[in-house]
Design a protein around this ligand. Structure first.
Ligand SMILES: Nc1nc2c(ncn2[C@@H]2O[C@H](COP(=O)(O)OP(=O)(O)O)[C@@H](O)[C@H]2O)c(=O)[nH]1
Ligand SMILES: [Mg+2]
Length: 285
């Protein structure tokens, strides 16, 4: 099969492997279905059917999810919203099994960028009866295959690189899909998250979920709003250094970790057609 020379190792591995597969399942985080996509999938999509699975539905805004599903249907993209309920599994298995040839089980690979929920999805799809198996003839790559009734599946053969658009890595750091170091550390990531949420009118939900105290004054008056807010969070959580000052890096880490795990309430960070967010100098904007 043809694949472009610039394709990263993970993508090449998937391209080679895809010849043996019936179906590719690409998992993306429902909170940012654009930013958590991998551009490498586009190279595969013409060759094998790709089913898009949106994970972390419970952490995303239900209305926004509806808009995204309409958008995927408009683009004729096969998309499925995955939730953690056991009774949702049978319809999903039936839906995927339609891609199996009549003479054998369905062979599929679950792919996506780190931490979107690939392994959890695969474990739930295959259920408790899954067993690790050696592989299939002609595939010598060291990937782990799992079998359960009707499915032979491989969990992320190779790491898929995320998109390179500006703004994407910031969103990925907030969702726990990229290390905060790539955007300048946890303090920087957390400050930008606070500003972003405020600008998008998503702040009030997060604020009340965590009982966050805001500094006095109107938004426009608060030049250092994000800094003061994070400092307040750090103080409350006891993220202190010698002398009683707030350890802003630690406070940032606690905010980001909680946000990524959905502990600050359901939030969707991007909508179809959004111009990707670009950082602004003025924190009060
Ligand atoms: N709340 C919630 N958490 C999820 C969901 N899917 C995955 N996770 C969590 O997200 C983290 C990463 O999931 P994992 O399957 O290991 O991601 P992978 O790196 O893509 O294989 C884990 O802590 C999972 O428990 C979901 O639908 N809802
Ligand atoms: Mg995994």
């Amino acid at each position: 099969m043809w694949f472009p020379g610039h394709m990263a190792k993970g993508g090449r591995k998937l391209a080679e492997l895809s010849e043996k597969l019936d179906l590719i399942v690409e998992v993306r985080d429902a909170r940012a279905p654009f930013s958590t996509s991998s551009p490498l999938i586009e190279h595969i999509a013409g060759v094998k059917p790709v089913v898009l699975v949106l994970s972390k539905k419970d952490l995303s805004d239900p209305k926004a999810m509806g808009v995204w599903m309409e958008e995927f249907s408009r683009r004729k993209k096969t998309a499925w919203v995955f939730n953690l309920r056991k009774d949702s599994l049978e319809p999903l298995r039936k839906f995927l099994s339609r891609h199996a040839p009549p003479y054998r089980e369905l062979r599929l690979a679950v792919v996506g960028i780190p931490n979107v929920g690939k392994s959890l999805f695969l474990n739930m799809l295959l259920g408790k009866s899954r067993a690790k198996v050696g592989g299939i003839p002609g595939v010598t790559r060291e990937v782990s295959w799992y079998r359960s009734s009707g499915f032979l599946a491989v969990d992320s053969p190779g790491i898929l690189d995320p998109r390179s658009e500006p703004g994407v890595h910031r969103i990925l750091s907030w969702l726990g899909c990229a290390k905060a170091e790539v955007v300048g550390g946890y303090e920087a990531a957390a400050l930008e998250l606070i500003r972003f949420l405020r600008r998008r009118d998503l702040w009030n939900g997060v604020k009340s979920a965590w009982n966050i105290e805001e500094p006095e004054g109107t938004w426009e008056e608060r030049g250092e709003f994000a800094e003061q807010t994070l400092e307040g969070i750090g103080r409350r959580l006891g993220c202190l250094v010698a002398g009683g000052n707030v350890d802003m890096e630690l406070a940032g880490r606690r905010l980001i970790d909680s946000f990524a795990a959905g502990k600050l309430g359901p939030v969707t960070l991007e909508m179809p057609g959004d111009p990707l967010w670009t950082p602004q100098k003025n924190s009060g904007s």
